[in-house]
Design a protein around this ligand. Sequence first.
Ligand code: TRP
Length: 327
Amino acid sequence: MLTGDRPTGNLHIGHYFGSLVNRVRLQDAGVETLVLIADYQVITDRDGTGPVQERALSLVADYLAVGIDPEKTVIFNHSMVPALNQLLLPFLSLVTDSELRRNPTVKAELEASGDRALSGLLLTYPVHQAADILFCKANLVPVGKDQLPHLEQTRVVARRFDERYGRVNPERPVFPQAEALLSKASSVLGMDGHKMSKSRGNTIDIGMDADTTAKRIKKAVTDLDRHITYDPANRPEVSNLVLLAALTTGQAPEAIAAEIGDGGAGTLKKLVTESVNEYFAPIRARRSELAADPGYLLNVLRDGNKTANEIADATLDEVRLAMGMTF
Ligand code: TRP
C-alpha cells in the first residue's frame, strides 16, 4: 500500500478521517505500507518550494502522532529517491498529451491557480504520481475522490508498459493494477460547509490547539432550523458537524442528531468542540513532543529514504531489463 501528501501545509482532520485512519489500520493489520511526502508535487501549481523542509518534517510529526509507526511503515520523500523519478521517463512515453489535458484533477488545479499558464509539470504530474505508486508496485492506494483520475492513469500506464515493453517474468506484468481505497468519511467538510482546505481557512488541523479549534467550530456555518437532523444532502453544514461529533465519539450520526434534537446549533457546536478536542488531545500531546525534536524527525525520513531507494533501484533494474536497456 502506498499513499502520499504534499508538504504544503498542516494535515487537518479531513485528512485524518479521510485517509490517515485507514493507513494506520492497514499498517497495524500487517499490510506493507509506504507513505510519501510528495515534495516535487509542491511545485506543480506554485512558483517556489516555500519552507519545504519544515513542512515535510511537520508531516512526519503528524504521521507519527496519529500512529504511523516508522518501524512498520516506510516514510520517504520524492527528491531523495532518484530511481523513482527516473521512472517518469519511460512512463511519459505511454501517455498522450490529450489524455493528460482531459485529467479532471489537473484541470481543476489549473483553474484554481488563477491565470497561471499550464506548466509541463502540472500537465504531467499524474504520470509522476503513477511512478510514486508503481515504483513499489503498490496495489492499494488510500485516497480521496479527487485522486481517482490519477489512479486510472496509473492503471493505464501499468497496462501499456506491459503491452509495449513486456515482462521480465513471463508469468506476471512488471507493474500491478493499483486500486483506490476510498474512505467512507472522506467527505468531512470545512467549517464553512465547503471542502476542508488550508486556502479557505476553514480547517481544523490535527496539530491545532484546543482554543483555536473551539473558535473555528464556534464560527462554523449552520442553518436556521433549530431542530438538529443528520441530512447531508439537504443540510450539509449541520450534518457535517453531526458527522464530526459521530466520528469523534464513535456514535452513529443519527443518534447524535436525535440526542441534540431541538437543542439547536449552539448545543451541537458545544458537543463537537468537546468531542473533537477530547479525541485529538492525546494525538496533539504526542505531536508537540515530536515537533520539539526535528533531528529525530529527520532521521525517520532518512531511514525511510534508504529503504525507498532500495525498492526503487530494484524496480528500475527490472524496467531496464524489460526495455532491453541493460549495460
Ligand atoms: N496528489 C496527492 C495529493 O495532492 C499526493 C500524492 C502524491 C499521492 N503522490 C501520491 C497520493 C501517490 C497517493 C499516491 O493529495
